[in-house]
Design a protein around this ligand. Structure first.
Ligand SMILES: [Zn+2]
Length: 262
């Protein structure tokens, strides 16, 4: 590490320590957040303390905006920060350095879309969004969906983890279901498991089968990675039981074994 690098690292560490001291998430609000989201609360004391620190730094770094006059309360900001930091608990907050803004809507949003078909004819349609992630931000989230994440964990649904999995996926600039991985071998191993699981999943959806993962995952391999990540964090035991290879792949990437905490 160069002198400049070392100096920069020290400076950042000192800044983080100051943020953690001065802007710590108040205990009652943290307890409320854990009570609301049992998939966070069941983590051990070490994970929870790391998550709280990471969420504090996240809140200092990111900018929240309420759409159409929605007031961003501490409760809203901490609920989002705590869930958003779960996937990067071991990977580090720098994974989210590519964006700053988070736009929160009171509820889901209807977006007007247009597509051009092969004959050059433009078709309009409405798409209902509970969240959206774009490269460089901002991230859009529906508070109704964020707030109910404790209950919806039962069927593996989590909008915050879904959108932040897209952020991780887009770190290399392409939303293709492949996050930044250390080397070519890791990338090849990733694609082998992910592509195999995705093809099998699409066949099951086409056959009308009931699946643990949200059928929306059949849209594309990047959506498949996002929905698999949701279940990995909020219903890990189910993912391990139904998709052991996929669970193991995500466990190696996120450097976490959430099924062990259930
Ligand atoms: Zn998505």
């Amino acid at each position: 590490m160069s002198v400049l690098n070392r100096w920069w690292t020290q400076l950042r560490r000192r800044r983080d320590e100051r943020t953690l001291r001065r802007r710590a998430i108040p205990e009652p609000l943290w307890q409320l957040t854990l009570a609301r989201f049992p998939f966070l609360a069941r983590r051990d004391a070490r994970d929870l303390s790391a998550l709280r620190a990471l969420a504090t730094l996240f809140l200092a770094e990111k900018e929240f905006h309420g759409a159409h006059g929605l007031a961003i309360t501490d409760e809203i900001a901490v609920a989002i920060a705590a869930q958003a930091c779960l996937p990067v608990l071991r990977l580090g907050l720098h994974q989210y350095s590519g964006f700053v803004g988070i736009v929160v809507h009171a509820d889901e949003v209807v977006a007007r879309r247009e597509v051009m078909d092969d004959d050059g004819v433009v078709h309009h349609y409405d798409e209902t969004l509970t969240g959206e992630a774009m490269e460089g931000g901002p991230i859009m989230l529906s508070w109704t969906d964020v707030e109910s994440a404790g209950e919806t964990a039962e069927w593996g649904y989590n909008v915050v983890i879904h959108e932040f999995a897209h952020v991780l996926d887009m770190r290399d600039g392409v939303p293709n279901g492949v996050p930044l991985l250390p080397d070519r071998a890791a990338r090849d191993a990733w694609c082998e498991v992910m592509d195999g699981e995705f093809s099998l999943f699409c066949r099951r959806i086409d056959a009308g089968e009931e699946t643990l993962l949200d059928p929306y995952g059949a849209e594309s391999v990047d959506e498949f990675f996002a929905v698999a990540s949701e279940v990995f964090f909020v219903a890990p035991g189910d993912l391990l039981a139904e998709h052991p290879a996929l669970y193991s792949l995500l466990s190696r990437y996120y450097l976490q074994d959430p099924a062990a905490a259930v």
